[in-house]
Design a protein around this ligand. Structure first.
Ligand SMILES: [Zn+2]
Length: 453
């Protein structure tokens, strides 16, 4: 029989189509689905139900992270004061040493940080496959199952090494044929298209300056045949814009459009430097954006036109990006930074606190093609829920709970449910021992740096 969980006594921001909120409400979860949500006291349910006291808390949909590089969790704190291109060329030789063990440990550390900060669904963009590295995608899929997140890993790729005019060293790029074969095999082995899916694969050539146009074109064709989504970095920096102008005679957005990379099955990471035409094309085609405000600021890449994208109707989600450019890897910091950056760029009305929460929840679900299943608290949707403590010394007395969540200090979690399963309770991760993970991360980080030095 399906387990029943009742959360009651909490404020609720459902983020449904009407943006319904309850000042003191309840949610009933049966198995992995939301069975009821409403104002006031919870209805009578099975005597054996698990009950979570939500008093003093705000319940939101679990946060959806639309861009990450999990393996970078063990390469944090390097090239701290560098530009993106300098940072990449410093880190590539370190990253070239990753293997299955390094990726499993790094992913576990990064995923544990995500669940502690309210994230229930994450993607990963893994594009680095050293020849002797082993089964790296398999290693992170194992880690995600262990930590307990809904996972959308990308089989990423690079085929343009430095000897061919690209940025990455030759030893970390693969051939076009090998990439396409590995991509097809990853979809075949792991992709689950079902409503309840905990695991979906996407294809993700890395960026215009590390892949060939053939790889972009062929990956799009393969993804569309296989029915999976497409992801890449786009227009992150001015240097990329200059590279595309010199190499292809167009903007990064025009370059990708020429190669078939517009559509409701595509989402771009960053999309900082966009002109009006690019925003119009993305809105018209339903092409999504993973906005990564913390990473963009950490690398000084620029401030994205998030308010313009949202106004145009482009699907926008938020992403922590890889931990080498965002050491905290904290999902709850992203809505706040998205709001602050948007207002700094566009004035006080550029983004509301509720829009910031929407980007982190239903916005991310749209970007990943999962808006029917996750991203809001509605009867029949999957039970991915974050219960935030707002009665702490840092939050007590903040008038509006959504404001407290978005603009206050990152609150602790009373509970986090993923697919109905309790992954965090009273601030503690229940699925993995975080002290053991920390020790393993330190060991793997030291070993990786020792290899590179
Ligand atoms: Zn990235």
């Amino acid at each position: 029989m399906d387990e029943v969980t009742v959360i009651a006594g909490c404020a609720i921001a459902t983020v449904d189509d009407r943006r319904t909120e309850y000042s003191r409400g309840y949610v009933v979860v049966r198995g992995n689905r939301i069975e009821a949500v409403g104002e006031g006291d919870a209805p009578e349910v099975d005597a054996g139900a698990r009950r979570i006291d939500g008093r003093g808390c705000l319940l939101t949909p679990g946060l959806v992270n639309t861009h990450h590089h999990l393996y970078q969790w063990i390469t944090r704190g390097l090239a701290t004061d560098h530009t993106l291109f300098e940072w990449l060329t410093t880190l590539y030789p370190v990253w070239a040493g990753i293997d299955e063990d390094a990726v499993r440990v790094a992913a576990t550390g990064a995923l544990a940080a995500l669940v502690r900060t309210g994230c229930t669904t994450t993607t990963d963009h893994h594009y680095l496959f050293p020849r002797e590295g082993g089964d790296l995608l398999g290693a992170e899929i194992t880690a995600a199952a262990e930590v307990g997140l809904r996972f959308h890993p990308c089989r990423g790729s690079m085929d343009l090494g430095v000897s061919a005019g690209g940025l990455p060293p030759d030893e970390v790029v693969e051939s076009l044929d090998d990439i396409l074969a590995a991509s097809a095999a990853a979809v075949e082995r792991w992709h689950d298209p079902s409503y309840d899916s905990m695991l979906r694969i996407a294809l993700a050539p890395c960026s215009p300056f590390s892949v060939t146009p053939e790889l972009l074109r062929e990956s799009a064709a393969l993804a569309r045949t296989a029915g999976v989504r497409l992801h890449t970095h786009l227009a992150e920096t001015i240097e990329e814009q200059d590279y595309c102008a010199q190499t292809f005679g167009c903007t990064p957005a025009q370059y990708l459009e020429r190669l078939g990379w517009l559509g409701p099955d595509v989402w771009y990471a960053h999309a900082v430097h966009l002109d009006d035409d690019a925003i119009e094309a993305m809105a018209r085609t339903g092409t999504g954006v993973a906005h990564c405000p913390t990473s963009n600021a950490r690398l000084g890449a620029g401030v994205a036109r998030t308010a313009d994208l949202v106004r145009a109707g482009v699907p926008v989600g938020l992403g922590v990006d890889g931990a080498a450019s965002n050491e905290s890897g904290s999902m709850i910091e992203e809505p706040r930074h998205a709001l602050l950056w948007a207002r700094n760029r566009g004035g006080p009305r550029a983004m509301t606190v509720r829009t910031a929460l929407e980007l982190a929840t239903i916005g991310g679900a749209r970007v990943l093609g999962r808006a029917a299943e996750i991203g809001s608290i509605e009867v029949g949707k999957l039970a991915d829920l974050a219960l935030w403590r707002l009665d702490t010394a840092a939050h007590a007395g903040i008038d509006d709970p959504v404001t407290a969540l978005v603009l206050g200090a990152p609150p602790p979690l009373a509970a986090l449910l993923v697919n109905g399963r309790e992954v965090v309770r009273d601030g503690e991760v229940r699925t993995v021992a975080t002290d053991v993970v920390a020790t393993e991360v330190a060991r793997a980080q030291a070993a990786l740096l020792a290899k590179a030095r």
